[in-house]
Design a protein around this ligand. Structure first.
Ligand code: SF4
Length: 739
C-alpha cells in the first residue's frame, strides 16, 4: 500500500530506557502496522535500533490473551504445566482443551505460520488448565479472593508487582490501589532487579534517585566513563551518542569485565575481574587525591564526609587494586589522570554496577568520584544510571516501590504520609513494604504474603534462583496475573486478565533522561483485552474505592499535584518531544536540564560521600564450579522474551540460547563452538549451545536470560544487596561441560 494511504501515529518505543521517539505507519484496512521509523526528538534524533524498527509485530501474535481466564478446579494443585517442567503438572486430560482466542483470532497455540518458538510457553499444554470467563466473573473473583485473604491475614498478606512496561498513569494507579485498597506498602516492580542499588546510593548521596544529566550530554564532556554496561546491545541509541562524542574528541573509558562491542569504540578498556568495582574506583580516587586533581572548592562548599572517604581510599593504592581487579596499576593511574584533568567528566553505568550484592557500594564510589572532582551540575558532567525498561524511571517516579510514595516521598515520614492520607482520603501504612525479592521469601513463610496481583511481570524467568520462585508462586493462595500473553508466571495464576500492549492505549512514559513522553494508541486491543488502568479501576471499585477516572489525562493531573518534580508538566503540554523534568519553563525544557548546579536534593543541600570497602562476591568459584557466570541481555531480545521472541524479525536473528565462553576455557574442556553443553550451578542445570567468543574474560561465562528453555536464572544466586535489596545477577559459580 502506498505510504500516502497509510495512517501515521507518533509514539515511543516500548523497549529500553532510551525511549526513542518513533512513528508507526498503519494500514487501517488491514488493521496492521506496515512499518516503523524514527522520529525527531532531542533525545533520539530519529535514530532507532533493531528492536524499535522491527520489534512490534508481537502485538498481533495469535498467542495474545483475548478473554479472561479462570483456573479449572481440576488444575489444582498448581504448578508449571508446560515444556521443561511437565513432570510437575497436575489435573489435565488429553481432551480438556479450552478455546482461548475469544473467537476473533485463530492459531491457538501456534505463533504466526504454524511455528512455535522453542522456549515460550506451550499454549496447547497450558491452556486446558483454564476456562474462559466473563470480565465480571473474573473481576468479582479477584476482588473476593484478595478481600478474603486481606480479612484473614491482614494487609501484610497482600502484595503487588507492577510493571515498567505500563504507563506512568497505570503505575501510579497500581501503587495507589495496593496502598489504599489493601493498606500495605508491599508494592514493587522490576526496578528492584535493575537499578534499586543505584537509586539507594543516589538518594543517600545526592537526594535524588534519577539521573543528573542526559545521555546526549556526553557530547559536552571531555571524558566519559561507561561502566558495567554493554550499551551497544542494551541502550543502542544512547550508545550511538557515545560513539558520536568520541569522534568529536570525547575520551571514552570503558570499564567492564566483558569486552562488549562498546569496547571497540573506547579509548581505554579496563577489563576488570567481575565484582571488583569498589577496589577499582577506590584506587582511581586514591590517585586523583594523591595527584591533587580533586576540586577542593567544590568539596568544601558542596560535599560532606570527604575526610572519611579520603581515609578509606588511602588503603587502595593502584598496586593493591591491580591484584584485586586484574587491571594493571599503570592503567589505573592513566584513567585517574585523564579523569582528574578533564574539564568536564560524566559517568554512565548499567547493571554490571548495580546487580551485585555490593551494588549500592559500587554506585556510592561513582557518586564520590564525580563529587570530589566537581563533575556534577555543569554541562558534560554528572551521573547517569542507564535505565533498563522504557518506563522503569516513570514507574519508580510514580511510587511503584515499597519505601516511597510518588516522587520518592518516604512512606516513613509522618508529614509526607499525612499529606498523602489527605490527598487519597484514607489512612496509610507507616511501615515500609516488602521488595520484589523479599516478597518471594515471604510467600514461603507461614505468616507471609498469601495473595498477589501481578501486572506485566514474569518473575518465573526474571528473578534469581527461579526454583525458589516457582515454589513461591505455587504456594500462593491466590494469584491474579494481568498480561498480554500467557507468560510462564501466568501458568501459576488463579485468574488471568487479558491486558493491552503499549500499542493499544494512550499514556505517558518517562525515559532514562527523565523525559516524559506521550504514548499514543495505534491499534485496538484484540478480542476482549482491556486497557490496564481501566482494569485496575474496576478492581478498585469492587473492593470499595470510589474511583471514577476518565482517562490518563485526569490521572496525570493527580500525579502532577502530588509530585513536586512534575511541576509545570501537564498532559497537554508534553507535545511531540515530551518534556524533561524538573521543568522550570513550561514552554521549553526539551533539551538539556542541568541539575544540582547550586545544591543537591539532600536536606542540607550537600552531596554525602559514603566510603565503601571492597568485599568479595558471596559465592566464589571452586574446584566443582570453577567459572563465574554473568547474565544479561542481547541486542535483539528483551527480558523474558515474551514480546521479542514473538517478533518474527527479532526471533529470526537470535533464535537460540547460547552460553558465551573464552576460547581457552572451551579448549581446556574439549568443547567446540556450536555444540550443546550443560551448565550447572549449586541451584540448577541447563543445556544450551556454546558460543566461543574472545569478548569473554578467561574464567567467566555469559548467558542471556531471555530463553525459557535454558533459563539462566535457574543458575543464579538469590543473595541480595543489603541496601538496595537487588539480587546478584552478575556473579555466581558454575561449571560448563559436554553433554
Ligand atoms: Fe527502542 Fe531502546 Fe532501541 Fe531506542 S535504543 S529503538 S528505545 S530499544
Amino acid at each position: 500500500r502506498p505510504r500516502a494511504e497509510l495512517d501515521s501515529v507518533d509514539t515511543v518505543c516500548p523497549y529500553c530506557g532510551v525511549g526513542c521517539a518513533l512513528t508507526y505507519h498503519v494500514d487501517r484496512e488491514r488493521g496492521a502496522i506496515a512499518f516503523a521509523e524514527g522520529r525527531d526528538q532531542p533525545g533520539s534524533q530519529s535514530r532507532l535500533c533493531v528492536k524499535g524498527r522491527y520489534g512490534w509485530d508481537y502485538a498481533a501474535s495469535p498467542q495474545r490473551l483475548t478473554v479472561p481466564l479462570i483456573r479449572r478446579e481440576s488444575a489444582y494443585p498448581k504448578g508449571p504445566l508446560s515444556a521443561d517442567v511437565r513432570g510437575e503438572r497436575a489435573g489435565r486430560t488429553a481432551n480438556d482443551r479450552g478455546r482461548v482466542d475469544g473467537g476473533e483470532r485463530s492459531g491457538g497455540g501456534r505463533n504466526g505460520k504454524g511455528r512455535k518458538p522453542g522456549g515460550l510457553v506451550d499454549y496447547d499444554e497450558v491452556m486446558p488448565a483454564f476456562r474462559e470467563a466473563t470480565w465480571d466473573e473474573a473481576l468479582d473473583l479477584v476482588a473476593t479472593r484478595l478481600g478474603e485473604i486481606h480479612a484473614r491475614g491482614g494487609p501484610g498478606a497482600i502484595a503487588g508487582f507492577g510493571s515498567a512496561k505500563c504507563s506512568n498513569e497505570e503505575a501510579y494507579l497500581f501503587q495507589k490501589l495496593i496502598r489504599v485498597g489493601f493498606g500495605t506498602n508491599n508494592v514493587d516492580h522490576c526496578t528492584r532487579l535493575c537499578h534499586a542499588s543505584s537509586v539507594a546510593a543516589l538518594f543517600e548521596g545526592i537526594g535524588s534517585g534519577a539521573v543528573s544529566t542526559t545521555y546526549g550530554d556526553v557530547l559536552n564532556a571531555d571524558v566519559a566513563i561507561l561502566t558495567g554496561s554493554n550499551a551497544t546491545a542494551n541502550h543502542p541509541v544512547a550508545s550511538s551518542f557515545f560513539k558520536q562524542a568520541r569522534r568529536r574528541g570525547t575520551k571514552i573509558i570503558y570499564i567492564d569485565p566483558r569486552a562488549g562491542t562498546v569496547a571497540d569504540h573506547a579509548d581505554i578498556h579496563c577489563q576488570l575481574k567481575p565484582g571488583t568495582d569498589v577496589a577499582f574506583y577506590n584506587a582511581i580516587m586514591h590517585e586523583v587525591i594523591r595527584l591533587g586533581l580533586i576540586d577542593r572548592e567544590f568539596i568544601a562548599a558542596r560535599t560532606a564526609n570527604y575526610d572519611a572517604l579520603a581515609r578509606t581510599v588511602a588503603d587502595y593504592p593502584p598496586e593493591r587494586a591491580a591484584t584485586i581487579t586484574g587491571v594493571d596499576a599503570d592503567t589505573i593511574r592513566e584513567v585517574a589522570r585523564i579523569w582528574g584533568r578533564a574539564r568536564a567528566g560524566v559517568i554512565y553505568w548499567g547493571m554490571g554496577i548495580s546487580q551485585h550484592t555490593t551494588g549500592t557500594d559500587n554506585a556510592r564510589c561513582l557518586i564520590a568520584l564525580c563529587a570530589i572532582t566537581g563533575n556534577v551540575g555543569r554541562p558534560g558532567t554528572g551521573l547517569h544510571p542507564l535505565r533498563g525498561q522504557n518506563n522503569v524511571q516513570g514507574a519508580s517516579d510514580a511510587g511503584l516501590i515499597p519505601m516511597f510514595y510518588p516522587d520518592y516521598q518516604g512512606v516513613g515520614r509522618d508529614s509526607i504520609r499525612e499529606h498523602f492520607e489527605r490527598a487519597w482520603g484514607t489512612t496509610l501504612d507507616p511501615n515500609t513494604g516488602l521488595t520484589v525479592t523479599e516478597i518471594v521469601g515471604s510467600i514461603l513463610q507461614p505468616d507471609g504474603v498469601r495473595g498477589m496481583y501481578m501486572l506485566g511481570e514474569n518473575p518465573f524467568l526474571s528473578d534469581p534462583n527461579i526454583n525458589k520462585v516457582r515454589k513461591a508462586l505455587a504456594a500462593l493462595d491466590f494469584l491474579v496475573v494481568q498480561d498480554i500473553f500467557l507468560t510462564e508466571t501466568a501458568e501459576f495464576a488463579d485468574v488471568i486478565l487479558p491486558a493491552s500492549s503499549y500499542l493499544e492505549k494512550d499514556g505517558t512514559y518517562t525515559n532514562t533522561d527523565r523525559r516524559v513522553q506521550l504514548g499514543r494508541k495505534v491499534l485496538d486491543p484484540p478480542g476482549q483485552a482491556r486497557v490496564d488502568w481501566e482494569i485496575e479501576q474496576d478492581i478498585a471499585r469492587r473492593i470499595g474505592l470510589d474511583w471514577n477516572y476518565s482517562g490518563p489525562s485526569e490521572i496525570f493531573d493527580e500525579m502532577v499535584a502530588l509530585m513536586p518534580s512534575y511541576a509545570n508538566l501537564s498532559y497537554a503540554n508534553l507535545g511531540l518531544s515530551g518534556k524533561l523534568y524538573p521543568n522550570d519553563d513550561p514552554e521549553h525544557s526539551d533539551g538539556l536540564v542541568v541539575m544540582f548546579d547550586e545544591r543537591f536534593n539532600t536536606d542540607d543541600g550537600l552531596a554525602h560521600l559514603v566510603p565503601a570497602e571492597w568485599l568479595p562476591a558471596k559465592e566464589l568459584p571452586d574446584v566443582e564450579y570453577p567459572l563465574v557466570l554473568n547474565t544479561g541481555r542481547l541486542l535483539e531480545h528483551w527480558h523474558t522474551g515474551s514480546m521479542t521472541r514473538r517478533s518474527f524479525a527479532l526471533d529470526a536473528i537470535s533464535p537460540v540460547a547460547e552460553v558465551y565462553m573464552h576460547p581457552k576455557d572451551a579448549v581446556d574442556r574439549g568443547l567446540t563452538h556450536g555444540e550443546r553443553v550443560r551448565v550447572r550451578s549449586r541451584r540448577g542445570t541447563i543445556e544450551l549451545a556454546l558460543r566461543v567468543s574472545h569478548r569473554e574474560q578467561l574464567g567467566n561465562v555469559f548467558i542471556p536470560f531471555h530463553f525459557r528453555e535454558a533459563a539462566a536464572n535457574l543458575l543464579t544466586i538469590d543473595e541480595i544487596d543489603p541496601f538496595g535489596k537487588i539480587p546478584e545477577f552478575k556473579f555466581c559459580a558454575v561449571q560448563v561441560e559436554a553433554l
